[in-house]
Design a binder for this molecule. Structure first.
Ligand code: ADP
Ligand code: MG
Length: 511
C-alpha cells in the first residue's frame, strides 16, 4: 500500500518539476515576467531579465539525462516483466480458480532479493482483481508486507480493518439503493415487483438490519485487544459476504522469524470454518529455508504449490535494464558499455535486478552531477563504489553499541598498522574503549560472537587459523573502507566523545 502511495507522491513531484522547468509548456497565464526570466530557451530571457540572476539557468540548460527517473526507483511497478513469464503463468494457472468461485491452492514463492517476486505478485494480483471486476466475481487480493507488519496481531488487525472498511462501503451502497427504491415504491408499488421485497415495510426492515450490521463493525485498534478477539473480528468481517480472498504475505520469512508461525497456522485452517468466503494464501520468501521453522501442518498447507524465482543472469538483467532505460533516459544518453556493465556487476551480486536498477540510476545521477550529457563506463564504476559505501554506512550506523565498540577496536588496530589481528588483541582494545565510555564490558566469548556477526555482515573478514598446539584463533581484518567506516562510527554521539585514542592503541603493544 505504502509503495503505491509513494509512487503517487513521486508522480506528483515529478509532474511538478516538469511543469516548473519549462513554464512555457503551461498555459500563457502563468508566464509572469519573473518566471519568464528563468526560461533559458526563451528569446525574451535577455530583455525581461529583471528578477532572476541566472542561478538556475545552468541547471535548466543542457540536455538532461533522465526522461523519467522515477521509473528506475523501487516504488515503480513495471507492467512488463521480461524473463518472469513462466513464474507469472504458474501463478495465474493456480489463481484462475478464484475467478471460477473456487478456492485456489496456497502458493509459496521463493527467491533471493531482487528476483522480481514482489513485482510479479503485484502484477498478477492487479490482473486478477481487474478480471474479477470485469466478470463480476467477488474476489479480493490483500497485500501485506510482513517486514513492516511483523506480528500476528498486526497482520490480523490490518486484514480485519481492510475488510471491515470494504463491508461498510458495500453495505452503504446497498442502503443507498434501498433508500431510493423505497422512495419510488412509496409513489408506485409496482417498483417492488422485480425485487425480493413484497412491501415497503419489508424494505424498511432490511434497511434497519443493514444499518445495524454497518454499525456493528468495530475497527480493530492497532494494539490492546486479545489476539482471539482480533482473529474473530477478522473472521466475521471476511465471512460477511461470499467471496474468495487471496492474502498475499510478502517477506513472510520476516514474520515467522519475528513472531513464529501462529498467524500462518490460523490463516491456513480458516477455510474449514468459513461459511460464505474462502481464503487462499500466497507467501513470498527471500529465505529458501524458512519452511524448516514451520509446523509440519502449516508447511504442507502453505506449500501446496511452490514457485521458484531463480536469480537473473547478466543477459537477462541486460534485457530488464534495456526495457526500463527506454522510458527512464533521454535518447542517446547511455553509451554502449553502460547497460552491460551494470548487468555484469549486478549478476555478481546474486542476479539482483534491484541492484542493477540502482546502479543505472546512480550512474545517471553521477553523470548529471558531472555536467555531461552522456552516462559513461566510469560513472557506472563510481556508482558501484558509492552503492557499496552507502550500504556499509547504513549497516555500520545501525549496529548495536557493543558491536560498534568491537568494530572501532579493529579499526584502531588497523590504523596502527597491525596485521593478522587476533581476537585477544581486539578484546584488549575493546576493554579500553569500554573504560573510556563507562560501558559494560562483555566477556571475550561474547566479543568473539560479535566479531562473527560483523563477519556475516561483510564488514570484517575473520578467518580461523590453527596455531598448532596453542589451539585455534581468528585472524581479523577490515573488509570495508577504513576512513568512511571510522567517520560513521565517530558520528555516533557516544563514540564521538572518545578524543584521546592514543593510549588505547598503545595497549596492543603493551600486551
Ligand atoms: P524481490 O521482491 O524478489 O526482492 P522485486 O520484485 O522487488 O524483487 O524487484 C526488484 C526491482 O527489480 C524492482 O524495481 C522491480 O521492478 C525490478 N524487476 C525485477 N524483475 C524484473 C523484471 N523481470 N522486469 C523488470 N523489472 C524487474
Ligand atoms: Mg520483494
Amino acid at each position: 500500500m505504502s509503495e503505491e502511495e509513494n509512487q503517487t507522491q513521486f508522480e506528483k513531484e515529478h509532474t511538478r518539476t516538469d511543469g516548473g522547468s519549462n513554464p512555457r509548456d503551461g498555459d500563457g497565464v502563468v508566464n509572469t515576467d519573473g518566471i519568464e526570466g528563468t526560461d533559458v530557451d526563451g528569446p525574451a530571457a535577455e530583455e525581461t531579465d529583471e528578477v532572476a540572476t541566472g542561478l538556475f539557468d545552468d541547471l535548466l540548460s543542457g540536455d538532461p539525462i533522465f526522461e523519467d527517473k522515477e521509473v528506475l526507483r523501487p516504488a515503480y511497478t513495471p507492467r512488463d516483466l521480461p524473463h518472469r513469464e513462466d513464474q507469472i503463468d504458474s501463478m495465474a494457472t493456480v489463481l484462475v480458480s478464484a475467478l471460477r468461485g473456487d478456492t485456489p491452492s496456497n502458493i509459496l514463492i521463493y527467491g533471493k532479493t531482487g528476483t522480481g517476486k514482489t513485482a510479479s505478485a503485484k502484477y498478477v494480483s492487479e490482473e486478477l482483481e481487474a478480471t474479477s471486476r470485469k466478470f463480476d466475481v467477488p474476489c479480493d487480493v490483500e497485500y501485506i508486507n510482513c517486514e513492516v507488519t511483523d506480528t500476528q496481531y498486526r497482520v490480523l488487525a490490518q486484514l480485519a480493518n481492510q475488510f471491515i472498511e470494504k463491508n461498510r462501503e458495500g453495505i452503504q451502497a446497498e442502503i443507498d439503493d434501498l433508500v431510493s427504491l423505497r422512495k419510488t415504491a412509496r409513489q408506485d408499488l409496482t417498483a417492488l415487483a422485480p425485487t425480493r421485497f413484497e412491501s415497503v415495510d419489508a424494505v424498511t426492515d432490511e434497511l434497519e438490519s443493514l444499518r445495524t450490521d454497518r454499525d456493528d463493525f468495530d475497527d480493530v485498534p492497532m494494539t490492546g485487544w486479545p489476539t482471539d478477539r482480533v482473529y474473530s473480528s477478522f473472521f466475521e468481517a471476511i465471512d460477511y459476504r461470499e467471496r474468495v480472498v487471496v492474502i498475499m504475505l510478502d517477506e513472510i520469512d520476516k514474520l515467522v522469524e519475528k513472531s513464529g508461525d501462529d498467524t500462518l497456522y490460523n490463516l491456513s485452517r480458516m477455510n474449514s470454518e468459513l461459511e460464505h468466503s474462502r481464503v487462499s494464501i500466497i507467501g513470498i520468501s527471500n529465505d529458501l529455508k524458512f519452511t524448516d521453522f514451520l509446523d509440519p501442518r502449516v508447511k504442507s498447507s502453505l506449500g501446496e504449490e511452490e514457485i521458484v524465482f531463480p536469480p537473473y543472469d547478466a543477459n537477462q538483467l541486460r534485457d530488464i535494464l534495456e526495457h526500463r532505460s527506454q522510458i527512464a533516459f533521454v535518447d542517446g544518453a547511455l553509451t554502449d558499455e553502460v547497460i552491460p556493465l551494470c548487468a555484469a556487476f549486478a549478476a555478481q551480486e546474486h542476479g539482483d535486478a534491484r541492484r542493477a536498477l540502482d546502479l543505472l540510476r546512480t550512474a545517471g545521477e553521477l553523470a548529471e552531477r558531472d555536467d555531461t550529457d552522456r552516462v559513461e563506463e566510469r560513472h557506472v564504476r563510481q556508482a558501484q563504489e558509492k552503492i557499496e559505501i552507502d550500504r556499509v554506512v547504513e549497516v555500520v550506523r545501525t549496529l548495536p553499541q557493543q558491536s560498534k565498540l568491537v568494530l572501532f577496536a579493529i579499526i584502531l588496530l588497523e590504523k596502527e598498522g597491525a596485521h593478522n589481528i587476533n581476537t585477544g588483541e581486539v578484546y584488549n582494545v575493546y576493554k579500553q574503549l569500554c573504560g573510556e565510555l563507562d560501558a559494560d564490558v562483555l566477556t571475550q566469548r561474547r566479543v568473539t560472537d560479535l566479531i562473527s556477526e560483523l563477519d556475516m555482515l561483510g564488514i570484517v573478514n575473520a578467518v580461523v587459523v590453527s596455531k598448532g598446539r596453542y589451539g585455534r584463533t581468528k585472524e581479523i581484518s577490515l573488509s570495508v573502507p577504513l576512513e568512511e567506516t571510522e567517520s560513521v562510527l565517530m558520528s555516533d554521539s557516544r563514540l564521538g566523545d572518545i578524543d584521546d585514542v592514543q593510549p588505547v592503541v598503545q595497549a596492543r603493544f603493551d600486551n
